[in-house]
Design a protein around this ligand. Structure first.
Ligand code: SAM
Length: 206
């Protein structure tokens, strides 16, 4: 899996993140961010042109795959806010408590290995009352599809860079101290196991 993860997976993720409904989904949630923003798993920076140029003051981005970040199309010099890129995983975020007004995460909650640990870090660095803005595919309400998602998941995780098909996003957010207060769900076209989406925002409960 070493060669696959190093040479093939970054290209596959880049391709997948350009396709389907991901662009429309990012357009729905990224503009909700304001103030001092942290984006987890920024990948190739598809979010960068979608941030509200007036509301965002500073963006910190964390992602272990710098190869993807180097593929970004947006010139950072064209943005009215500073961008700081940190190569790393978000289960240790190098920032003080209550540092951010908004944390953004799109199509990354599915592939974070230690998700509870990461969300505890997000809780720590987000200001009380701050928003976690997200868009993600996840566990479907339909019993038949859920069964397939659970069945395929172990294999899919291996070839999909740790991506899980069956994460119950609202339940995971709630058990880590976030109240989904603007939650949308729905099926999209495409491969059925990744067709059910959750998006919106959740508030850090103080
Ligand atoms: C499917 S891509 C999504 C990229 C981007 N958010 C988008 O919407 O196009 C998932 C990204 O999450 C990153 N990632 C995976 N595990 C992570 C972790 N523990 N902490 C931070 N980023 C992570 C990957 O390197 C990859 O860039």
């Amino acid at each position: 899996m070493g060669i696959y993860n190093k040479y093939i997976l970054p290209g596959a993720i880049h391709w997948a993140c350009n396709g389907g409904n991901s662009r429309e989904q990012r357009e729905k949630v990224i503009p909700l961010a304001h103030g001092n923003v942290l984006e987890i798993g920024i990948g190739a920076g598809h979010s960068l042109p979608l941030y509200d140029r007036i509301k965002v003051k500073h963006l910190t981005a964390i992602d272990p795959l710098e190869k993807l970040w180097k593929k970004r199309k947006t010139d950072l010099a064209d943005l009215p806010f500073d961008v700081e890129y940190i190569r790393g995983v978000a289960d240790h975020i190098p920032a003080g408590n209550n540092s951010f007004d908004t944390v953004v995460v799109t199509y990354t909650l599915c592939s974070i290995a230690n998700l509870d640990r990461t969300l505890q870090e997000v809780f720590r660095v987000l200001k009380p009352g701050g928003k976690l803005v997200f868009s993600e595919h996840g566990l479907a309400p339909d019993r038949g599809l859920r069964m397939w998602q659970n069945l395929i998941n172990p294999l899919w995780k291996r070839i999909g860079g740790g991506c899980h098909l069956n994460r119950d996003v609202p339940a995971i957010l709630e058990r880590n101290g976030f109240k989904p207060d603007n939650l949308h769900t729905g099926y999209f076209s495409g491969w059925r196991p990744t067709s059910y989406h959750y998006w919106g925002s959740a508030t850090r409960i103080t």
